[in-house]
Write a protein that binds this ligand. Structure first.
Ligand SMILES: Cc1cc2nc3c(=O)[nH]c(=O)nc-3n(C[C@H](O)[C@H](O)[C@H](O)COP(=O)(O)OP(=O)(O)OC[C@H]3O[C@@H](n4cnc5c(N)ncnc54)[C@H](O)[C@@H]3O)c2cc1C
Length: 382
């Protein structure tokens, strides 16, 4: 039996790895448009690969029911055990984010590709067409397979012509798609915040989007918007013309802050003097520019800095996308309802999770689940 894996990213490589490690007799061919596999794995976690999150819950995704269903075949624990069995030494932080001990994403990529000696690679090959015929699945008009795995990811963080080939080949399969939107992305603001450009603040963020979202974390001001992990998480609840507020001193009450500012102000009302030691220098410039100089007004602003959100930055700036192949098209075992010999997983599907290892976890869970399902056809189900 022959299987074509379309896309050598997290899902595709995990599927192949699962088959190889379970002594599948399937002939595996992986197609990828790039010169090498796993570009996004390598980019993840700032090159350290935050490959999963041990605290992940179904509610951390836009469709918890789908995650619950997937977990019946391949759960978070299965994924963790799988990496453990592969021999990966890993570590984790208080937020549950997991990284290889080497802090290098190369480690994850090379572990996934260990034992690939019998796997056929078709690199720098764009899959443009898939046809389902009575005797098999034909890729790019020339090769026939018994099974195919669709794992071409999304256009998040992709630029140029490559954006055209991520989903194009799906047209012949006539699948329902949901609208594609960037998520885990910075948000543009209407406000004039230019003076704060490149300034980082640890703060408490509150976002009034499709639902109220709150998180403590670091934000960074950009020329025309804000970014940082908590902003990216908030972007999953984006609605136009919504309000985001930052409390830059979450451990101090507004009254305490005002008291401190007033005490300094009574010594000198020169803002460069009385705000020094309390505010970041760019914030002092910002306050002076906006003529917000009285202690109580300053305290108010620092405890509830408010911006009006215009829109997310573009897909090329996003870590993941929302939308893609509709979940209505997919069976519980990740095969397509219309074509049970074709499996699909990862970012191609309308599933997105929080920032912090949740999206790679989902992709790896899909890879394990698809691998398991393919083994069933060989009578090797586990
Ligand atoms: C900068 C960045 C940082 C990230 N950091 C993290 C993180 O720390 N933790 C986390 O959990 N997630 C992170 N993510 C998200 C995570 O990388 C993705 O969700 C995950 O890689 C999706 O896996 P996938 O297999 O669905 O797609 P991908 O890993 O994107 O793989 C898709 C593959 O398909 C290939 N392809 C596409 N179209 C075609 C075609 N027509 N023909 C042939 N090949 C094709 C692509 O070249 C690619 O290799 C990050 C993403 C980015 C962009």
């Amino acid at each position: 039996m022959k299987v074509a894996i379309i896309g050598g990213g997290a899902v595709g490589l995990m599927t192949a790895n699962y088959l190889v490690r379970n002594n599948s007799s399937m002939q595996i061919t992986i197609y990828d448009r790039n010169k090498g596999f796993g570009r996004k794995i390598l980019a993840s976690g700032n090159g350290k690969c935050n490959f999963m999150n041990y605290k992940a819950l179904p509610s951390d995704y836009n469709n918890p029911e789908f995650i619950k269903m997937l977990s019946k075949i391949a759960s978070k624990e299965d994924c963790l055990n799988y990496f453990n069995d592969l021999g990966l030494l890993f570590k984790f932080d208080d937020e549950g984010r997991m990284y290889p001990m080497t802090e290098s994403s190369d480690t994850i990529l090379s572990m996934l590709m260990l034992d690939f000696k019998n796997v056929k690679y078709k690199l720098e090959t764009i899959v443009e067409k898939i046809e389902v015929k009575p005797d098999g699945i034909v890729i790019n008009d020339n090769e026939m397979y018994d099974f195919a795995v669709l794992s071409t990811g999304s256009n998040a963080s992709i630029t140029g012509n490559k954006c055209n080939d991520t989903y194009k080949y799906l047209s012949s399969l006539n699948l329902k798609m949901t609208a594609l939107e960037p998520v885990l992305v910075g948000l543009k603001a209407y406000d004039d915040i230019f003076m704060l450009k490149n300034t980082r603040f640890k703060c408490h963020l509150t976002y009034y989007g499709t639902q109220k979202y709150e998180e403590n974390g670091e934000i960074i001001f950009k020329e025309d918007g804000v970014s940082g992990i908590c902003v990216m998480n908030a972007s999953r609840y984006y609605i136009k013309d919504s309000i985001m507020t930052f409390d830059f001193y979450p451990s101090v009450s507004k009254e305490e802050l005002a008291y401190k500012l007033n005490a300094r102000y009574n010594t000198s009302c020169n803002p460069d003097y009385y705000l020094a030691g309390i505010c970041h220098e760019n914030m002092i410039k910002y306050l002076k520019n906006k003529n917000i100089l009285k202690p109580n007004a300053v305290a108010m602003l620092l405890k509830q800095f408010t911006i009006k959100i215009k829109e997310p930055y573009e897909m090329k700036n996003a870590q993941v996308s929302r939308g893609g192949v509709s979940l209505d098209e997919v069976n519980d075992n990740l095969s397509l309802r219309k074509y049970p010999n074709i499996f699909i997983g990862g970012e191609m599907l309308d599933i997105d999770g929080r920032c912090g290892g949740y999206n790679l976890l989902f992709a790896f869970m899909c890879g394990i689940a698809i691998g398991k399902e393919l083994l069933r056809y060989e009578g090797k189900d586990k």
